[in-house]
Design a protein around this ligand. Structure first.
Ligand SMILES: *[C@@H]1O[C@H](CO)[C@@H](O)[C@H](O)[C@H]1NC(C)=O
Ligand SMILES: *[C@@H]1O[C@H](CO)[C@@H](O)[C@H](O)[C@H]1NC(C)=O
Ligand SMILES: CC(=O)N[C@H]1CO[C@H](CO)[C@@H](O)[C@@H]1O
Length: 386
């Protein structure tokens, strides 16, 4: 924790108990939710969901629920998903030629969050570091930079894509650049190369904002120091070689708390603190910070205990600077975004599939909102590590 931040907290605190909490850590400066929907509507036959139809097969945010999140819940961070095959149509391929219609729909959502509401927006190409067939994510599509696959987009094309995207947000200090969602089952060295290409592209535009770099194994925190997939090197062996000339890149971590860390079961059995311990040490040893940009849980008692326990662990360890929960978004309806069928999504004002209150009421309001230290959340300035 920086001295100035500590001083600010101390000055704000009236009671000794708050002083103790502030000194114990409480370094979370970005807290919020995923806004999922821009990647919807592609499952099935390759190509059928492309380009899709705005407001019908995909959507980015509901402005009124973003209002609720910012005005009522006072969070400051939204991760907004989109699909690279929609931003860069297959006909022109991955690179600097965008579908301007899709881009402007996305930009409108980002501007609503950042300019109208003053919160931070994490730009999330929801592509598992793959491009050309999203019909069966996370398995389908060619791995970006895979030189053994003639259909694969190259690392250079990925850099062009990020250069173009960053150039369009270069003057928006509230944007955070997430390089890609959940790479998996690929060479960890290639993930490093793609991450580095994205960083180089983003910085070449003069953009100074925070960047988040993912690792292998769906960028899982628990497996950061382990072999994942079919004998792929641990993320820890490569990702410490990332270089950012502005030193404003953090590691992007996903961490679900169910038995196989997938977020598909309704009971939580995997405690965050012990499963993240090796990652925490690695971050400390390498002078790196991390944001947990996906986690979730159901309203089962086990999750009502383990979700806030993990968030408190993140607040107590100053290598973690933020988190966003999975997931809100305008298109979930009564469906659950994760963690068992009866949960519903985190979108305020919805019901679950049984007609009862959804995860906004039973999970977010019950156990996540109380953990947020609103005094910590960063409200102005350019997105950065501190
Ligand atoms: C661009 O996106 C819009 C909105 O989804 C779509 O109607 C249009 O067909 C797309 N164009 C191309 C070339 O994919
Ligand atoms: C940031 O600076 C620290 C300390 O010099 C260094 O260890 C780390 O690798 C740098 N991070 C990046 C992403 O360049
Ligand atoms: C738990 C959960 O739903 N995780 C999902 C995160 O995002 C993508 C879909 O957009 C899913 O593939 C993951 O399963």
């Amino acid at each position: 924790m920086h001295l100035t931040q500590q001083l600010r907290l101390v000055l704000q605190s009236t009671f000794a108990v708050i002083l103790i909490a502030a000194c114990a850590g409480a370094t979370i400066i970005y807290a919020g939710v995923n806004e999922s929907g821009g990647e919807f509507g592609v499952f099935g036959t390759p190509g059928t969901g492309l380009p899709g139809e705005f407001g019908v097969t995909y959507d980015f945010i509901s402005e009124s629920t973003v209002d609720t999140w910012v005005d009522v819940n006072q969070i400051n961070f939204f991760r907004v998903t989109f699909l690279m095959e929609r931003m860069c149509p297959l006909a022109t391929g991955l690179g600097s030629t965008f579908n301007e219609t899709y881009f402007s729909e996305y930009e409108q959502a980002i501007n609503y969050i950042t300019v109208t509401k003053g919160a931070y927006a994490l730009i999330d190409p929801h592509n598992y570091m793959r491009y050309n067939d999203p019909s069966d994510q996370p398995e389908s599509g060619s791995i970006i930079g895979d030189t053994t696959d003639p259909k694969a987009a190259t690392t250079a094309q990925f850099q062009e894509f990020w250069t173009e995207l960053a150039s369009r947000f270069v003057n928006n200090p509230k944007v955070v650049f997430g390089i890609n969602n959940e790479p998996h089952d690929m060479s960890t060295q290639l993930i490093l190369e793609n991450d580095q290409a994205a960083i180089n592209g983003i910085r070449s535009t003069g953009a100074k904002q925070l960047i988040l770099a993912p690792g292998n194994g769906f960028t899982g925190g628990h497996s950061w120091t382990q072999v994942t997939g079919a004998n792929d090197d641990p993320s820890s062996e490569w990702l410490n070689q990332i270089r950012d000339p502005l030193n404003n890149t953090a590691i992007d971590i996903h961490e679900y708390l169910d038995e196989d860390f997938s977020g598909s079961h309704d009971t939580c059995t995997q405690p965050g603190p012990s499963n993240l311990a090796a990652l925490t040490t690695w971050l400390q040893e390498n002078n790196l910070k991390a944001i947990v940009s996906e986690f979730g849980g159901s309203n089962d008692p086990t999750c009502l205990q383990l979700v806030p326990q993990m968030l408190e662990y993140l607040a107590d360890n100053d290598v973690y600077i933020g988190w966003s929960a999975w997931a809100a978004g305008p298109f979930w309806g009564t469906n659950s975004a994760c963690c068992g069928p009866e949960v519903g999504s985190l979108e305020p004002g919805q019901v679950n599939e049984e007609g009862g209150p959804d995860g906004y009421t039973t999970l977010w309001q019950a156990v996540i909102q109380p953990v947020i230290n609103l005094g910590d959340l960063k409200r102005s300035g350019t997105s950065s590590l501190s």
